[in-house]
Structures are given as structure tokens and as C-alpha cells.
Design a protein around this ligand. Sequence first.
Ligand SMILES: [Zn+2]
Length: 308
Amino acid sequence: MSRYQYIRKCYKLISDIFKSEGKANKAAAVASNTTTSALKNSLHEIQTELLRSQIGSKWSVIDAIYATRAAQILPRQCPLCAHNAPDQFFPKMQSYCIFGGGDLLRHLCPKCNLVFGPDKMFDLTSLGLAEEYTWHYKAYREGDSTESEIRTFHKLEPSKNGTYLNYGAGNWSNTMQILRSQGWNVYAYEPHDSASFCDKYDWVIDTKQRLSEISFDGIFSNNVLEHLRNPVQELHHMSTLLNKNGTMAHATPCYEYLYEYTRFHLFFFAGKSKDLLLEKAGLQLVDELIDGSYHCRVAKPFCYGTGV
Ligand SMILES: [Zn+2]
């Protein structure tokens, strides 16, 4: 339906509500409520369409600006291995954001195989990146990944006596409700308001301050690592939250160059880079599961040893 058709539909719905006003009988009241609900839905559809248009317009302007300065880029540095070379020696990976974010030009590090970018997302401040998520989640919703999240949780080989953390939990899956109803002591960490839980449960943590007050026997995430602006630092921070012999399990298809059609995927830990990521964060791999696009890596801090 076009924007014009949405507006025509709203106009008719509003007219119907006015016509039903003053009619005291119950049938008219019920009809009015139904019309009001339909009006809300139509207005929401218009809002979503306008937001998507606004996002697309913003990024097409940014793309035009970045295109003019492409030739001015100085030597490029890999954000993981720090390999430094002229930009032309980093092979380019091109894609397009299906969420209105325009052209996606990323770079492949010839030394560690990390794919990173686009520059326009890296150039955002942390506040700017948070605002991007806020607008994105007003116009789009994430899919339900309950099954993968629960699968990743169990890769921790959890104990009913342990305390666990779902890092970057979001609020689109039923993982937390299911695990907690099964008696697991699991917390959810989600710092972004736009993605956080509508209901404030006591097991939802939304600040790093509160996170630092609890220690965990295991930390897991699903489809999170590729979104982190500083994944090494963030993984290292997670390791400081672990109890002795604690474990982490992080699943994402972006251990390869997959699901590249969103500007929010900043890193793809292809080839050697997935091991280097762990090494830089002071972690060592203890288990790995690859099943189709499901890819989970389980790690422990170096200082605890693998126990094998
Ligand atoms: Zn590199």
C-alpha cells in the first residue's frame, strides 16, 4: 500500500470514529473500539514507512559524502592485528544494507583475515552508534533466535547451582523466560534501551556498574560479537566477570563472511582472525560446534587452563 493509500485509509477511519460518537448503544461502542484499533495500526504502518524512508535518505547522503573522499584515505590499519598498509592492499568486500543503510564497503585484512567496516559505521561515536540502533529498532524488529540462544547456553555445560549471563540479550526471544522457568539462574545483560525488556525484571541488567557487582560461572551470547565496536576489550571485560574456571560460549555465523547485508555487522572473524580475537582477549578455545550457519566457540581465560 502506498503512503497516499495509508493516509486515505486513516482519513476514513477517523471519519468513522466521529460518526460513531454519540451513539450510546453497545454495538456502536464496540465498532468504535475496533475502528480505533485499526486506526492505530494504520498510523503505526505510516510511521514505520516514514522512518524507513528517513533512514534510507540519511545514508544515501552519507554515501555520497564518503564517495567523494574515497581517494583521500591514508594507510589503513587492521583493528585486530594492527597490520598497517596502504588501503589498496586490503581487498574490498562490497554489499548493500537491506535496512536502509546504503552501500557497505568493507576491508579484508591480508594478514589475519578479519573483514571489517564499513568506515561510515566505524566513524560514528559510541553515542552516534547507540542512536543508530534506537532509530533502527523503531523501524525494524529482530527475529526470534530462542533455539540458537538456548543451544549456546548449553554449550557452557551449566550446573543448576551456577550463575549465568546472557550477554547482549535483546528482547526478541523467549530464551530468558524458558531458561528461568526451567530453574536456571540466568541474568540478561542489555545496555540499549531500544532493545531492552519492556518489563523490568530483577534478572535484567542494563549497566556495566551493576554487571560488575555479580560474578558468573558462564557467559553466553548469540549474534552479538559482530555488533561490538571493540570486541577484544569487551571479551576481556567479560572474562573479568567470570568465577574461577568460568566459561564463555559465543555463537555467530559471522565467524565467516556471512549475513553481511546489514551495516550493524562491523566484524567478520574469518580465517585466522577468530583465533586471534580469543588470543588478544586472553582466552583460549576449549570447544567448537559448527552446524550449518550455527557456529559456537567456547573459551576460557588463559589463566584457568583448559582442564584437559
Ligand atoms: Zn588483521
